[in-house]
Write a new protein. Structure first.
Length: 92
């Protein structure tokens, strides 16, 4: 299922390649879309329950961006995707 996607990718794709891909995605999305992407990525990692993925997220995503995730969720993500995200519980 979906919770197994992140761990499966992390076993097949080297961390350096994942980090490079994430950086390219964030650069190409633009400011608003990259913030939305980070909120979604954060939620997927936390919902996976895989501690290794949480540690990677905390290591690879800059501190300031991580601290802004809850604010971006409330101001950007929920207004845009709230109808789809009916079961969200804050993980922070």
């Amino acid at each position: 299922g979906q919770p197994l996607t992140a761990p499966a990718i992390s076993r097949v794709v080297p961390s350096k390649v994942q980090k490079s891909f994430n950086s390219k995605v964030l650069r190409n999305l633009g400011l608003l879309e990259s913030r939305l992407h980070l909120v979604g990525m954060h939620d997927a990692v936390w919902e996976s329950g895989v501690e290794e993925e949480r540690e990677k997220f905390e290591t690879e995503i800059p501190y300031v961006a991580r601290m802004m995730i809850e604010r971006w969720r409330k101001s950007l993500y929920i207004p845009k995707a709230g109808a789809l995200d009916y079961g969200y519980q804050s993980a922070v």
